[in-house]
Design a protein around this ligand. Sequence first.
Ligand code: KG4
Ligand code: ZN
Length: 346
Amino acid sequence: MLVLGLETSCDETAAAVVGPGDRVCGNVVASQADLHGRYGGVVPELASRRHLERLLPVIDLALEEAGVDWEAVEGLAVTCGPGLAGALAVGVAAAKALALCRGLPLVGINHLEGHLFAVALDGGPPPEASLALIVSGAHTDLVWVEAPHRYTVLGRTRDDAAGEAFDKVARAMGLGYPGGPALDRLGREGDPAAVPLPVPMAGRRQGGYDFSFSGIKTAALRALAAAPARTPRFDADLAASLQRVVAASLIGAVARAALELRPRALLLVGGVAANSVLRARMAAEAARLDLPLRTPAPAWCTDNAAMIAAAGRSRLALGERAGPDLGAWADLPLEGWQAPVRKEGA
Ligand code: KG4
Ligand code: ZN
């Protein structure tokens, strides 16, 4: 089934065409980083308006890149949450209108499930009985994947998400928005042991798997404020040290959960999964645990619509259909979530 996916949950206006075998035929991501950069973070109202202007041209480009016209499209998938309410509403309203006027089946996709399905773009859906770390700008979730579409959230951040901590420290360092990629580049020249920062494991004390990143963020901001001089060397050391402790905290929880739950595979997804330090350390941990690691190519880690289309292909194949009551839910939970669906023929 050839599916057009749409993603507008935050500051990327994205459309992608994904076909049999989850092969990506066309993929367009229009970043709004230029628009929000000058404010140091995403301005929700501006994001919604930019989605409204860009979404239809982005869809046209994705179809053009795929070399297909509307007649070839067999289904639609759209992110319906979690995310910025107004931004989501633009994508959902457009998807419902297109489904109606083109007579196409539509499914709503949870953005976090979309991140999990990014692994499908490089070879097969999220495997059964796997342990997934979803790390993005807004979420840090450790998830048990019973099977595709059946998830249990084992732990989540109690305060900032990992990406949020990166973005806030990077902003204070004057690295622009989003700061994660800039910290990644900068840290390559730095010493990861140079700046002492705590490695919090919020859930450990209670035997759970929750995370906490606000303490790391505050410690990094304090180290920045206390630096006698801002040299390129110091900035590189701080970037490297911050990435080391964030990765150590994330991987500590993954390792404990893996020993307890004995998954068949580890998954590392979400925008922060593009981070080179986290990828390398997670690969080393997977090897130590003797588990296969599935992590998408960096371009599929950050927000895109191909992952939404892949999740959509799977749900459409199961007969799910969203009705006109499909909404845009800012706080949509992953666990036990099911968009309002009508089984085919019902
Ligand atoms: O999944 P995503 O694209 O959007 C959300 O769903 O939030 O994740 C965006 C987050 C931002 O915090 C960004 O700084 C971070 O992912 N990020 C990175 C890297 N690339 C993106 N963080 C660290 N290193 C990177 N290479
Ligand atoms: Zn995301």
